[in-house]
Design a protein around this ligand. Structure first.
Ligand SMILES: [Zn+2]
Length: 232
């Protein structure tokens, strides 16, 4: 499925200027988000408002707005008298803790969600899984950051359908997907994950709770193994 926003932004970015079709603040936000996710702005790096103003040829207001939103998502930190910087890389210890938490919660939630899925919910998951958007968009960075967001939505939707808001909130608060995708910028991270999402969807479609649980476990274990080299 073609994402019209993606096309507009890809064109806008290649011409070096942000266009207003998607709402200026939204476009600026997406552009900075893509740079953070694809490590063009590396973890811990200073972010200078004036530089972004020049790069995107916009005023200070949408830049500050975007940085405020990114701060709320845990991707940007603001330090008194110093200003903005990209959030630091998660530590190896926190990475291990995150994956332990995910493995405890998400496979069981996938099994539980299976029983609640009707056609409408399956369609929601199908779209969020990102499988159809596999090769859309020429801008690699934008495609990568788009997948990171879709992955977050896909996993969150499964939590929603599993109907435990406390578990859902707990995982949401970690901003897991935004942190893990920043560990490594590589197409393998998304391509293999898409295949695993398809396996989860197939189990859901078959109404097989056990298979859904297993597929989710395999997906999270593989995700961990794909990203581990970032710490070497
Ligand atoms: Zn995933």
């Amino acid at each position: 499925m073609e994402n019209p926003d993606l096309t507009v932004e890809t064109e806008a970015r290649s011409s070096g200027r942000i266009q207003r079709a998607n709402g200026l603040a939204g476009d600026v936000y997406e552009a900075i988000f893509a740079q953070l996710m694809s490590l063009k702005i590396p973890p811990g790096a200073r972010i200078t408002v004036d530089n972004l103003v020049r790069e995107f040829d916009v005023s200070h207001t949408p830049i500050r707005e975007a940085l405020g939103r990114l701060e709320g998502e845990g991707l940007v930190v603001k330090t008194h008298l110093i200003g903005y910087s990209a959030a630091p890389q998660i530590t190896r210890r926190r990475f291990d803790e995150l994956y332990e938490l995910r493995l405890l919660l998400e496979p069981a939630a996938a099994a539980k969600a299976t029983a609640t899925l009707d056609e409408e919910r399956l369609a929601v998951l199908q779209e969020a899984a990102g499988v159809m958007a596999r090769r859309v968009g020429k801008d690699e960075r934008l495609r990568y950051s788009n997948f990171a967001r879709q992955d977050a939505i896909f996993h969150d939707k499964i939590m929603e359908f599993a109907q435990n808001e406390l578990i859902r909130e707990t995982l949401n608060h970690q901003h897991t997907h935004f942190h893990i995708f920043r560990l490594m910028y590589h197409s393998r991270v998304t391509e293999e994950a898409l295949d695993e999402h398809e396996a989860i969807l197939a189990a859901f479609a078959a109404g097989d709770a056990h298979a859904a649980e297993k597929a989710m476990q395999v997906h999270i274990e593989n995700s961990r193994d794909r990203l581990l080299p970032a710490f070497e």
